[in-house]
Ligand binder design. Structure first.
Ligand code: UD1
Ligand code: CA
Length: 453
């Protein structure tokens, strides 16, 4: 049967105290609404309808997804009214799953059970709560059948003692939903059109309500303020940490682990505290990451050791390399393997051949470096003349003296050696020692280069 998902996301979220609509606040580096959409997609929904209202422009700008049917709810008159706005786009013979843009951590398998429960009636996701305050309460008869949902504000003292709460998520046939929504009224404590009222209508029409209880409160919890946002973030990170540990990584402290993307780990990887992973990161077997590192879109082969306070972005690190402490590997860099990159070294858009070392206080940019090169402390590739960038080539077994400046475009030949403080403007000959000693002078009428068009 065809599946349509309706995501309610029109509310303002006043308690976030934000100029950003609530559903755009992020969990694990991704907007909450995007997480709910990902869930809908992983259920292989045929259609996804998002009911939006507050912060409409920002929502449309942030969530770029051509498969969504956007439904505007200009005035928020209640959850039943919100679902009603999407109904013109819903067919009678499909299953409709109702989700919420501010409930980001629901597991796919929970939603699958809910959809299954809708095959023989209405599927209703409920949860047992330590403190059910604020939730609609599930009213059952003596034989345990669900009869109705009563909102907190409409509940009697006795009903308020019921621990089973309504998560708001449900799955229901499109035709039945349409019929029941048309019968809603707003004669209740909040003068809202309650979606929850359809449960009693189902019962009076002889349709069974199949309650599915969620395993954990967190997967059905919504976010109303930044305290709950932080709790949700930690819950997600705990899940991520457990996945990493299950895959073979040792975490110094799962509570100080942050993944905002996807991480794959090899066996016996170790991750120290306060490491942030972003985008797609892959760690080979035996990799270790020291404290306070930031890795974004990086692939680390086996036995790579990243020492404290290192930043790596859009780079591939070959096996057996050691990087840091305090190193920065910038985009489009590839280390071929067994490299040593030391403190206060920045490498950008460069290829570093197998076994080459760049140990101290160096900038390497737009460079192709061969094997077994040794770069002396303080070596700089001057790749930029203020307007354009140029390439440096350093061939196998070359060695640069401390404080050398390689003014690109320039080449250091195979096995060439540069004396300390060489300012290299022309090719350093293969196998020779090259030095430059220029007396200080001022060039009259010199002009800065202009950008090439
Ligand atoms: C709702 C349920 C309650 C349940 C609780 C779980 C109803 C009447 N009550 O109560 O039984 O225990 O969720 O959190 O459904 N929204 C719209 N448009 C509207 C109204 C709401 O998009 O017109 C969205 C809100 O942005 C929010 C969600 O629907 O994300 C829930 O609405 P809210 O008013 O917060 O419902 P609750 O009072 O929490
Ligand atoms: Ca709510």
């Amino acid at each position: 049967m065809s599946l349509s998902v309706i995501i309610l996301a029109a509310g303002q979220g006043t308690r976030m105290r934000s100029s950003k609509p609530k559903v755009l606040h992020q969990i694990g580096g991704k907007a909450m609404l995007q997480r709910v959409l990902d869930n809908a997609h992983s259920l292989k929904a045929d259609h996804v309808h998002v009911v939006y209202g507050h912060g409409a422009e920002q929502v449309l700008e942030t969530i770029q997804d051509s498969d969504i049917k956007w439904v505007m709810q200009a005035e928020q008159l209640g959850t039943g009214h919100a679902v009603g706005q999407a109904m013109p786009g819903i067919a009678d013979d499909e299953t409709v799953l109702i989700l919420y843009g501010d409930v980001p951590l629901t597991r796919t398998k929970t939603l699958e059970s809910l959809i299954e429960a809708a095959a023989s009636g209405v599927g209703l996701l409920t949860v047992i709560l330590g403190d059910p305050t604020g939730y609609g309460r599930i009213i059952r008869n003596d034989s345990g059948q669900v009869l109705a949902i009563v909102e907190e504000k409409d509940a009697s003292e006795e009903q308020k003692r019921i621990a089973e709460g309504n998560t708001g998520m449900m799955a229901v046939n499109g035709g039945l939903l349409r019929r029941w929504l048309s019968r809603l009224d707003n004669s209740n404590a909040q003068a809202e059109y309650y979606l929850t009222d359809i449960i009693a209508m189902a019962v009076s029409d002889g349709v069974t309500v199949n309650a599915v209880q969620a395993d954990s409160v967190i997967e059905v919890s919504g976010v109303n303020n930044r305290i709950q946002l932080a709790e949700m973030e930690r819950a997600l990170q705990r899940r991520h940490a457990e996945e990493a540990m299950t895959a073979g990584a040792t975490l110094a402290d799962p509570a100080r682990f942050d993944l905002r993307g996807e991480l794959s780990v090899g066996e016996d990887a170790t991750i120290d505290i306060n490491v942030v992973f972003e985008g797609k990161v892959s760690l080979g077997n035996g990799v270790s990451i020291g404290p306070n590192c930031y890795l974004k879109n990086a692939t680390l082969a086996d036995d790579v050791h990243i020492l404290a306070n290192t930043v790596i972005e859009d780079a591939v690190i070959g096996a057996g390399s050691r990087i840091g402490p305090f190193a920065r590997i910038r985009p489009d860099t590839e280390l071929k393997g067994n490299n040593h990159i030391g403190n206060f070294v920045e490498i950008k858009k460069s290829i570093i051949g197998e076994g080459s070392k760049v140990n101290h206080l160096t900038y390497i940019g737009d460079t192709i470096m061969g094997r077994d090169v040794n770069i002396g402390a303080g070596t700089i590739t001057a790749n930029y003349d203020g307007a354009n960038k140029y390439q440096t080539i350093i061939e196998d077994n070359a060695s640069t003296g401390s404080n050398s400046v390689l003014i690109a475009p320039v080449k250091v030949g195979k096995g060439a050696t540069l004396g300390a403080a060489t300012v290299l403007r022309k090719e350093a000959a293969e196998g020779q020692l090259t030095m430059s000693m220029i007396k200080q002078k001022t060039i009259e009428g010199w002009k800065r280069p202009v950008k090439k068009t």
